[in-house]
Design a protein around this ligand. Structure first.
Ligand SMILES: Cc1cc2nc3c(=O)[nH]c(=O)nc-3n(C[C@H](O)[C@H](O)[C@H](O)COP(=O)(O)OP(=O)(O)OC[C@H]3O[C@@H](n4cnc5c(N)ncnc54)[C@H](O)[C@@H]3O)c2cc1C
Length: 342
């Protein structure tokens, strides 16, 4: 079992001197949380985004409390496109770790030289933030634009993994990576993408978290492709990334951004329920969306997924409804003091 150290504070971490060395406490490695499942029942985890303002910050902490109480096995914190949110990501992740929640920091190499990346990694190590999702990241500005490295920087996530592995200060790090059920949109081919994903696992990543998808077959094919390419490293856990469906507009936007397929039967079902008026039928669409996400989760559990990773957008309600349908959480509702958290 890998046990990593995490910074903790005896009092409110938001008001204390953030730079003072903090006494250590124990934090579990994310790859160890994946061993907690029992047949037919899997752990779940959630993704948060660093908040942009005070209102969003308050919502995030309500969500963190709720998911802590619901027993999330870990929480991850995204890193703004182009490295724009590094300080917020680090601050939020540090505070989550003190709740205490096993916390996974996303980190990208966009816009940093190798020497800056070393400095950032050293800082994470000194704060005990040793669960890292090693990513290349998207270009700043237009995320679908051409990716251009900077002088003295790195070009692919695998290089970030190699850098971590070369630093003695990071010996305790437990690394994860991104994987893409339908192939990364910039990959030359699905075979090339499989090869590069396995390369990251061989370089030292212990698991991957997938891009969101709405067709479970794509997840299963990715898992098969990786294991067929390399039965040792390719067989490391692949955590499915799930975005609960709550509206037709948002699912269409996510499909466009993530470059994933919305299965035809789902699209037709939602369009039928919308009956030309999405706003009027929003509640029925939402209900159908939660039902579809639940069905996906049920199939993933039956297929032996190691964890269900929910992309929450810092909201509790939709994820809790899916968990409740799966028998993994109480019902969501004001009676539980949850009326403030969507
Ligand atoms: C679960 C998850 C979380 C994410 N979180 C964030 C986040 O917090 N912040 C953020 O900015 N972005 C995030 N992303 C988006 C991600 O950073 C982008 O999709 C990015 O374009 C690819 O990142 P990567 O780590 O897979 O890159 P890489 O592994 O470097 O792959 C990028 C492209 O290059 C190819 N490739 C890989 N290795 C090589 C190589 N050695 N030689 C040639 N080609 C290669 C791949 O096939 C792919 O097309 C996340 C994605 C996922 C799935």
């Amino acid at each position: 079992m890998i046990v990593t150290m995490c910074a903790t504070s005896p009092s409110d971490p938001t008001t204390e001197n953030q730079n003072a060395p903090l006494p250590p406490s124990l934090q579990v490695a994310v790859s160890d949380t994946l061993k907690r499942g029992t047949p037919g029942r899997v752990p779940f985890s959630v993704e948060f985004m660093p908040p942009r303002d005070d209102a969003a910050e308050a919502r995030l902490w309500s969500a963190a409390e709720a998911f802590h109480d619901l027993g999330a096995s870990f929480v991850s914190v995204t890193y703004g496109a182009g490295g724009s949110s590094r300080e917020r990501t680090e601050r939020v992740a540090g505070k989550l770790a003190m709740k205490p929640l096993t916390t996974l920091l996303h980190m990208t190499l966009v816009g940093h030289t190798e020497s800056e990346l070393r400095g950032i990694l050293r800082e994470f190590a000194s704060l005990g933030m040793t669960n890292l999702l090693a990513l290349r990241g998207d270009p700043p500005g237009d995320p679908t634009g051409e990716w251009e490295g900077i002088e003295g920087g790195l070009t692919h996530a695998v290089h970030l993994i190699e850098l971590v592995k070369s630093m003695p200060e990071c010996a305790d790090f437990d690394l994860g990576i991104a994987s893409f059920p339908e192939g990364h949109y910039r990959a030359e081919s699905i075979e090339a993408d499989t090869r590069y994903t396995v390369e990251k696992l061989r370089a030292g990543a212990n698991y991957s978290i997938t891009q969101m998808f709405f067709n479970v077959d794509h997840y299963l094919r990715l898992r098969d492709r990786l294991a067929a390419y390399d039965p040792v490293h390719g067989a490391k856990p692949v955590i499915p990334g799930l975005m609960p469906i709550t509206s037709l507009r948002s699912v269409r936007r996510q499909v466009e951004l993530a470059g994933c397929e919305l299965p035809r039967d789902m699209e037709e079902k939602f369009t039928r329920i919308a009956a030309g008026d999405e706003q009027k039928n929003a509640a029925a669409i939402r209900e159908a969306g939660i039902e579809e996400t639940t069905k996906m989760a049920e199939r993933l559990i039956a297929e032996g997924a190691p964890d269900l990773h929910f992309m929450t957008m810092n909201n509790v309600r939709a994820t809790q409804e899916v968990l409740h349908n799966l028998g993994m959480a109480p019902a969501f509702g004001p009676r539980f003091g949850q009326d403030m958290v969507r």
